[in-house]
Design a protein around this ligand. Sequence first.
Ligand code: SAM
Length: 324
Amino acid sequence: MEERNFTHQPVLLEEVLAWLNPKSGGTYVDCTVGGGGHAAAILESSSPDGRLIGLDQDPHALEAAARRLAPYGERVTLVRENFINLPRVLAELGLPAVDGILFDLGVSSPQLDVPERGFSYHQEGPLDMRMDPTMHCTAADLVNNLGEEELAGIIARYGEERWARRIASFIVRKRQHQPITTTSQLVEIIKEAIPAKSRRSGLHPARRTFQALRIAVNRELEVLPEALRQAANLLLPGGRILVITFHSLEDRIVKNLFRHLANPCVCPPGFPRCVCGQKPVLRVLAPGGVVPSEREVNLNPRSRSARLRVAEKLRPVLNAAGGE
Ligand SMILES: C[S@@+](CC[C@H](N)C(=O)[O-])C[C@H]1O[C@@H](n2cnc3c(N)ncnc32)[C@H](O)[C@@H]1O
């Protein structure tokens, strides 16, 4: 693959710093370090000795982060890993808990902009979409091998695409003649499948289907709830978890999980006191989420669908005997 500069404009940067409030001496995890934009700002704010652990499953992102974060020397540890494995990563580093954890979900600009990665419906490329190139299943594998029902289900569920059934049926018909291997082949099929009147309204007709396939290939929504739960467990009391999402499916998962961890009690509403023993773990901050300013959206249109959610780890409530 041709070497290109990996530049990604970090979204909601000021807001992330304000809510994470990095301090010198603190240890922070960036679970989606990408090009290292948020990570560099966290390291600046936690100077002179704040530490940052950066994870990414994409080796190209990690190389870019290594270049960008080199000036911070030993304060930075970069690990090529899926964030579902954060507990193991921190255990191997001898870190039982940390002061703050950031997830900036979705794809980075370079992943979208490099045609060979196959994420973009604007550019011709192989139908790949793997963030981690060692994973076995590509978007082409799904499109050429799944049954029509399953394909329609993925496009409907992960793309919230109203024409999912028609798109799946067109894909299955076309692939009988020739395998679908490139982004532009798939774009053409989607354009044929969506009636002209609906195609004229607003967004690119392939946007939802591409989002759906990307989510399915990278199993994005499958790992998220468990990863967030684990992250909450790995925070020190008073530590914060920040999650930036880019579509409503992701955002709903984060919102509901934070709510559940803030109020996990499953006792029937009429019970005089809690007997289920489920104790709150987090306190939700900024309940509606934080969205980018108009200025940021004008400067970086890719930020327009971003929403930041924040929660804080509760301090254990001690009983009279000093136990929890
Ligand atoms: C929006 S970008 C992050 C950009 C970064 N905040 C910056 O300032 O450059 C998202 C990154 O998360 C990575 N990613 C997505 N899901 C992941 C997962 N489950 N585990 C590890 N990395 C993941 C992607 O490879 C991508 O590089």
